[in-house]
Design a protein around this ligand. Structure first.
Ligand SMILES: *Cc1c(COP(=O)(O)O)cnc(C)c1O
Length: 364
């Protein structure tokens, strides 16, 4: 059998997404028990206590299928952010949403635009459906919106914007974003990926979805994996026009989000107090990490997220491996075409202190 002939062309040329190294793996390899993972932008404080206090009740119901329409969670999201449940689509992580969008709008012969140094999943999903990815060079490690507009081709159907962006942490201000959206041809879908939006804009008016009224081609996606601390549950969502939501729903698996995740997300949304605590810790510790890194002479990129990317003054794979030997897992940005940059997630105070001590050792 010639598998190479059978496989979808787009899939043959894919390299799988490389996740951050799990703590357990490293601890087993080094025979240690106190490894620190600052590699996947998870919330170091974990899920809201409100989630943990009440999730047992749901466990007892897990012989039942989940609510395939996610009615309650959609209503919670709609209420909180002043939109309609019919505009909400629930994903198994917002990654799932990114895939719905690629599958709904792209096929072979189409193209999609994303920025250099943007989230690694965009080129993957575009290739997987046989479409062409157009990577637009970044400007100062940020999206070059004008260049992205200039890159539009006749067959372009989709533009990805991550705001804040991962892994650079760059952020497009609201006015600039609106100006950009106004200039995108109306027959091109824009995915505004807001996985880190809570860090930049929680409790601002931008947290609502009212700009959708002016841009029917816009889809805004958000995640419970980062600030809400639910990465292991796999839950995220998008808000768009009802028409787009109807299409996304067609490619969605009937029970893509499990009962525990649906429940956890609903509870997490109710706990603003805990969110504020998380944001506060993140802001304070981010300052400290900037200070610590810069006083060791590292150049850091300004970040609106819960991570900092910085020039580690050597091949970042070497620095990554040296840190691993010290029991600290971070992320090398080699695959993001930033061969000398590491990305470190903001952790608990003690984790950040340890990281700063260990990064010092990588210079020798
Ligand atoms: C983490 C991340 C996501 C996906 O997160 P999920 O866990 O699938 O919700 C999406 N976009 C960006 C930019 C991310 O960094």
């Amino acid at each position: 059998m010639d598998l190479k002939k059978l496989i979808n062309k787009g899939i043959d040329s894919l390299s799988p997404y490389e996740p951050g190294k799990p703590i357990e793996d490293l601890e087993r390899e080094l025979g240690i028990r106190n490894a620190i993972k600052l590699a996947s932008n998870e919330n170091p404080l974990g899920p809201s206590p409100k989630v943990l206090q009440s999730i047992d009740a749901i466990l007892k119901e897990t012989h039942r299928y989940p609510d395939g329409n996610a009615t309650r969670l959609k209503e919670s999201i709609a209420r909180k952010f002043n939109t309609s449940p019919n505009q909400v689509t629930i994903g198994n992580g917002s990654n799932d949403i990114i895939e719905f969008i690629a599958r709904s709008f792209l096929s072979s012969g189409d193209s999609a635009i994303f920025s250099e140094h943007a989230f690694a999943v965009y080129p993957l999903v575009v290739k997987a459906v046989g479409a062409k990815g157009i990577e637009v060079p970044a400007k100062d490690f940020s999206h070059d919106l004008q260049a992205m507009l200039n890159a539009v081709e006749k067959n372009t159907k989709l533009i990805f914007i991550a705001n804040p962006n991962n892994p650079t942490g760059s952020f497009i201000e609201f006015d600039e974003l609106i100006d950009f959206l106004g200039r995108v041809p109306e027959d091109i879908i824009v995915l505004l990926d807001q996985a880190y939006f809570d860090y930049s804009s929680f409790e601002t008016k931008d947290a609502e979805f009212d700009i959708l009224e002016n841009f029917p081609n816009l889809i805004m996606s958000r995640s419970f994996s980062k600030a809400y601390g639910l990465a292991g549950f796999r839950i995220g969502y998008s808000v768009s026009s009802e028409d787009i939501a109807n299409y996304l729903n067609r490619v969605r698996q009937p029970f893509n989000a499990n009962s525990l995740a649906l429940f956890a997300a609903e509870k997490a949304l109710e706990d603003d107090e805990f969110m504020k605590q998380c944001l506060h810790l993140n802001a304070e510790q981010k300052e400290l990490l900037y200070y610590g890194l810069e006083s060791q002479g590292y150049d850091c990129l300004p970040s609106k997220g819960n991570f900092i990317s910085f020039d580690c003054k050597q091949d970042s794979r070497d620095a990554f491996n040296k840190l691993l030997q010290e029991g600290v897992i971070v992320r090398s940005l080699n695959v993001y075409k930033m061969p000398n940059h590491l990305r470190v997630s903001i952790g608990l105070p003690q984790e950040n202190i340890t990281f700063l001590e260990k990064i010092k050792l990588t210079q020798s």
